[in-house]
Design a protein around this ligand. Sequence first.
Ligand code: APR
Length: 229
Amino acid sequence: MNQKHHIVFFTGAGISQESGIETFRDTNGLWHNNKIEDIASKEGFEKKPQKVLDFYNERRIKVEKVQPNLAHELIASLEDRYKVSVITQNVDDLHERAGSSNVLHLHGELNKCRSSKDASFIYPCTKPIQVGDLAEDASQLRPHIVWFGEEVTEIEKAIEITQTADLFIIIGTSMVVQPAGSLLLSVPVDAQTVYIDTNPDVEEGINLLVLKEKATDGMKQLVEDYLPY
Ligand code: APR
């Protein structure tokens, strides 16, 4: 049976960096200019809601102004030859805008907002959220983002997808944030893993190929040199 190879991409902020979106932990990254506990935590939101809303409002506006880059586009283009799943830690919609049709967001989505009381009340977010903007349950609207200390509700689904990978491609993530950072442990032993990162902090090993490259160059190399036709 001509079973299509299943390629699973696991991406982080590094894949959007060449589109002009800053990462978190590189020099001048988001977490160098903002304190995580003030900006990306429920406590921070309760203490200074408008400050937190403004942080995400600014990022949402910025993402709307940029375009997917060649790395996002090459991933999307593989769908005509392979079964492709994208598991991303990113909250931007650049994978979707590049044409990927199977994207799982582990840490939420900038272009959605939700009730701060009942997480099942989720809405498209096309304009800045202000204090006083309410959900249908009359609670304050908040970004549909997984903040530090909150449950990563999609992790089980991500593990299931990873367990069926023939090829697992990690692009542009420091893998320091858990549980996302441990997805690598769910890759089948006989699957090949490729890690594309400008500053890969891992040793190459059996079934682990490290490409110390920008996402666009690493994806070009992967498609040209490593993917069976
Ligand atoms: N191409 C490839 N890799 C890059 C590029 C690039 N152009 N630029 C940066 N990188 C790499 C860095 O070397 C680093 O390994 O991308 C990674 C970015 O790491 P982080 O800034 O830690 O971002 P990420 O791993 O996505 O963070 C995970 O942390 O704060 C939380 O919720 C947030 O989803 C985020 C999570």
